[in-house]
Design a protein around this ligand. Structure first.
Ligand code: MN
Length: 204
């Protein structure tokens, strides 16, 4: 496993093939308050690319091109948050999307543990650390521990997608999952537009 660190943007012409695993690190969970600091990517080949973004301009045309590429599926865990963060700060709508958390919720109905750590442990037998989750991602220099944490969040998403797709198929819910993934960019936009918790489909 190699972690490639990039300051500000990916190298020109960087490609990630048919599917790229994506995760972000931010200053917090608020779309209106908190900055987007880091975007991590992996082609599923065991390598991770960690991009530390330059604020406030977010001048990163090569990264934006990868995230916006309709020929590359974006695999994310809880895509709803990353989609809204990326669209808010980079002005890019990621599509098409596979959300491993949504897939887990639709497939693994025997548990309520859908965090990346739990899903990765159960489906792949891999332990990932969540220790650096609440660290200062806005720092000018990221620590080794932060880089390793950031990388671990994208290294297993391809394998998880494959396992969860098998489970969804087995349970007859793959089509339902795909429809949810297609709606995800709009769910993110509801968050951005001021409907973070309300279920707009709910009666009452
Ligand atoms: Mn993460």
């Amino acid at each position: 496993m190699t972690i490639h660190f990039h300051e500000g943007d990916l190298p020109k012409g960087a490609g990630f093939g048919a599917a790229v695993a994506v995760d972000t690190e931010t200053m917090g969970l608020s779309l209106t308050r908190d900055a987007l600091c880091v975007v991590q990517l992996s082609a599923g080949d065991g390598d991770a690319h960690v991009v530390r973004l330059n604020r406030p301009g977010y001048d990163c045309p090569n990264l934006k091109a990868v995230l916006a590429d309709p020929k590359t599926e974006k695999i994310l865990h809880f895509a709803r948050f990353d989609l809204a963060m990326v669209e808010t700060h980079l002005g890019v709508a990621m599509a098409p999307v596979f959300c491993t958390r949504t897939a887990s919720k639709l497939a693994r109905t025997y548990t309520d543990r859908h965090g990346l750590k739990d899903v990765t442990r159960e489906l792949l037998g891999v332990e990932i650390s969540k220790q650096q989750q609440s660290s200062d991602w806005g720092a000018k220099t990221l620590s080794e521990a932060q880089l390793e944490y950031a990388a671990a969040d994208v290294l297993y998403l391809h394998a998880l997608r494959d396992r969860l797709t098998e489970m969804l198929q087995r349970e007859g819910r793959l089509e339902l999952a795909r429809a949810c993934f297609e709606f995800l960019p709009w769910r993110a936009r509801l968050d951005m537009a001021g409907w973070p918790e309300d279920d707009v489909f709910a009666h009452g």
